[in-house]
Write a protein that binds this ligand. Structure first.
Ligand code: IMP
Length: 450
């Protein structure tokens, strides 16, 4: 069992921050806080997903929603890296870097590096994302619309443009070839979608504005080129020099392409596997699974503890449960132990950071889902997250008393209301994993280490 009583306990070795559920539990806050104690040359690395992520960080510089840059960027001593299986929207990243520079955050070659292997999300990927959702009718995945699936699909098909292509002298020719291919593809897809709605299949003018897209890309090439490198070499050197490495996952374990609730998943691996695949580092010291004190989900797919009553409304209002990338309202429900334990297992989690406990302040009583009833069978241990099975699962609850007092100012676990302590301890017992961090507001220091 990992022992930790202060943020300093994470200032050595390799720690991974992931999310045991459907994302949005507060990885950004925990990463920013842990990285704030790092020394010169220590690393924070983003290893999966892309701008579908929206990591919220609130610190002295303000409140930020980071989509492409890792949450370690606020400590100027830290080197922020993204690995090759992170997909990059070059124009959106340029805007994010400009936003950070504007508030005085240092982003230079010394503290920000992008893997040359990353695939670029291009405007055609966003179009394909939306056309693909449209053609699914009622069976939407509810993607973030950021072009994630199509970019990863191209990567798997071994087509598409990578950051390293920006550095090639024949980049314009490569771009033109790719654009022509994507134009044909989109025409086919749109033809299909419109015909299925009884409409006209094709339009005369090109779907893709070559001039405008290339202009944006040339600008991105100028801004991003200095940061593009072989990040494996940097990571391995840091590992050999025993630098502290913090890996910041995106999304959540239950959205894992392989072991999550397929098809309502993302196209990458949010847990430990995503990091090892893209870093070539196969031994980490601890894996912190961030879990909210209640459960949320954004997008389609089953969610057994979803609430449609005043308790769900309380979670949504008090917890500001709206997607950081899309602004969509997040679905809210009671803490789902079987789902979080399954998520923790597939993500390699060794300890839990429980966040947003303060959102539950004022609720008279709380429910904890400790098992699922499927047909006549009851189970507390999931050995898969089959969407059909989960759709038919009824949550089995135990009820525990809530607390009236405000918790957000408290920094000592023993000073939390007794019922809040009992709630955390009961979750720990049911999950069978130590809860080593409890977060009680978005601010950087509003955290209890146990
Ligand atoms: P995509 O990653 O945009 O393709 O979306 C696939 C599914 O993952 C949808 O249900 C999204 O709502 C969900 N998703 C993707 N990224 C995030 C995230 O950062 N937080 C929460 N849900 C996400």
């Amino acid at each position: 069992m990992a022992k930790a009583a202060s943020v300093k306990n994470y200032s050595s070795g390799i720690t991974l921050i992931t999310d045991t559920g459907w994302g949005d539990a507060g990885k950004g806050k925990i990463t920013d806080e842990i990285a704030s104690s790092f020394s010169s040359g220590d690393i924070v690395v983003r290893y999966n997903g892309g701008p579908n992520a929206g990591h919220t960080v609130k610190n002295k510089k303000g409140e930020f929603k980071l989509h492409g840059v890792s949450s370690g960027i606020f400590n100027p001593d830290v080197v922020c890296i993204t690995t090759g299986n992170v997909v990059i929207n070059p124009t959106a990243l340029v805007e994010e870097l400009a936003m950070l520079k504007k508030v005085g955050v240092k982003v230079i070659k010394k503290n920000f590096l992008l893997s040359e292997d990353s695939h670029m999300i291009m405007p055609w990927h966003k179009m394909r994302d939306s056309l693909s959702e449209k053609s699914r009718g009622g069976e939407k995945i509810g993607t973030t619309g950021q072009g994630i699936g199509p970019t990863y699909a191209d990567r798997t098909a071994r087509v598409g443009l990578r950051l390293k292509d920006l550095l090639r002298p024949d980049f314009k020719a490569l771009f033109k070839k790719e654009l022509a291919f994507q134009e044909r593809l989109i025409r086919l897809m749109d033809g299909e979608a419109l015909v299925s709605e009884g409409g006209k299949a094709l339009q005369d003018k090109p779907y893709l504005d070559e001039k405008a897209i290339f202009k944006d890309l040339e600008n991105a090439r100028e801004v991003l080129s200095p940061f593009i490198t072989n990040t494996i070499a940097v990571l391995w050197e840091a590992q050999e020099k025993k630098k502290t490495i913090l890996a910041e996952g995106a999304q959540g374990a239950l959205l894992d392409l392989d072991l999550g609730g397929y098809p309502f998943v993302t196209s990458s691996h949010p847990g430990l596997a995503g990091f090892t695949l893209s870093s070539g580092i196969h031994a980490v010291d601890r894996v912190v699974g961030v879990a909210k004190a209640y459960t949320t989900r954004v997008g389609s797919g089953p969610m057994p503890t979803e609430l449609f009553d005043e308790n769900g409304k309380h979670m949504q209002d008090v917890g500001h449960e709206f997607g950081a990338t899309t602004g969509r309202p997040r679905r809210c429900g009671w803490f789902d132990v079987p789902a979080m334990v399954y998520g923790a297992r597939i993500a390699g989690v060794t300890e839990i950071a429980l966040t947003k406990l303060d959102v539950l302040d004022g609720l008279k009583s709380l429910k904890i889902c400790k098992g699922y009833k499927v047909g006549t069978k009851e189970t507390s241990k999931l050995v898969g997250f089959d969407s059909d099975m989960i759709t038919n699962a009824k949550a089995v609850y135990e009820e525990v008393p809530g607390w009236e007092e405000k918790t957000s100012g408290i920094r000592d676990f023993a000073k939390l209301p007794k019922n809040a302590q009992n709630y955390v301890n009961r979750l720990q017992e049911l999950m069978g994993l130590p809860i080593t961090i409890v977060s009680i507001s978005p601010d950087r220091d509003a955290t209890i280490y146990r």
